[in-house]
Design a protein around this ligand. Structure first.
Ligand code: MN3
Length: 207
């Protein structure tokens, strides 16, 4: 019998209040213990119905959703996507440090961004614009494709680049639950604030 993978809520690599004042403690706590936890529970629930695919790693399921039985395909897409996206999102942030940007960004990612966007500042401008103009709930991503080219994409709901055969390096949650308590309708303020807590070292490791 194949082993059924039971997903668990990952621990945050920092305290709920560690991203203050850029991302508030209450939002982090609710986001982690109410939203993310639900994606995990519903993913487990779905996979329990089709145990023959439940030994496949989540990334493999998301890369080939057509191979997931139709009865749970939407659940794996939404809740599996939700679990994957939030797990990456937590890692892509870290407590704010006063290190100048050009020193915080590892050389490897600095070079890759310079090649495809001109500079980190230009990349940030483009990413911010893409994130601000996404309609409704979804995510903004920095991705790398099969030919090693970096680009910015947005996805609706809990869809992600893995589902398109792309590899994510950095992601930003644009669902209102990730900023509404602090910023209400001002998504632009949330995005601006979020840049202060981006974990560039992790982005470099994702490359
Ligand atoms: Mn979220």
């Amino acid at each position: 019998m194949s082993k059924v993978i039971k997903y668990e809520l990952p621990q945050l690599p920092y305290a709920y209040d560690a991203l203050e004042p850029h991302i508030d403690s209450r939002t982090m706590e609710l986001h982690h213990t109410k939203h993310h936890v639900t994606y995990v529970a519903k993913l487990n629930e779905a996979l329990a119905q089709e145990p023959q695919i439940a030994d496949k790693p989540l990334e493999a399921l998301l890369r080939d959703l057509n191979a997931v039985p139709e009865s749970i395909r939407a659940a794996v897409r939404n809740h599996g996507g939700g679990h994957y996206n939030h797990s990456l999102f937590w890692q892509c942030m870290k407590p704010f440090g006063p290190t100048p940007l050009h020193m915080a960004v590892p050389q490897k990612i600095l070079d890759a961004i310079a090649k495809d966007f001109g500079s980190v500042e230009k990349f940030k401008e483009q990413f911010t614009m893409a994130a601000a103009s996404l309609f409704g709930s979804g995510w903004a991503w920095l991705i790398i494709d099969g030919s090693e080219k970096l680009s910015i994409i947005t996805t609706p709901n809990q869809d992600n680049p893995v589902m398109q055969g792309l590899n994510p390096l950095l992601c930003l949650d644009l669902w209102e639950h990730s900023y509404y308590l602090k910023w209400q309708h001002q998504r632009g303020e949330y995005i601006k604030s979020w840049w202060n807590v981006v974990n560039w070292k992790q982005v470099g490791e994702n490359l």
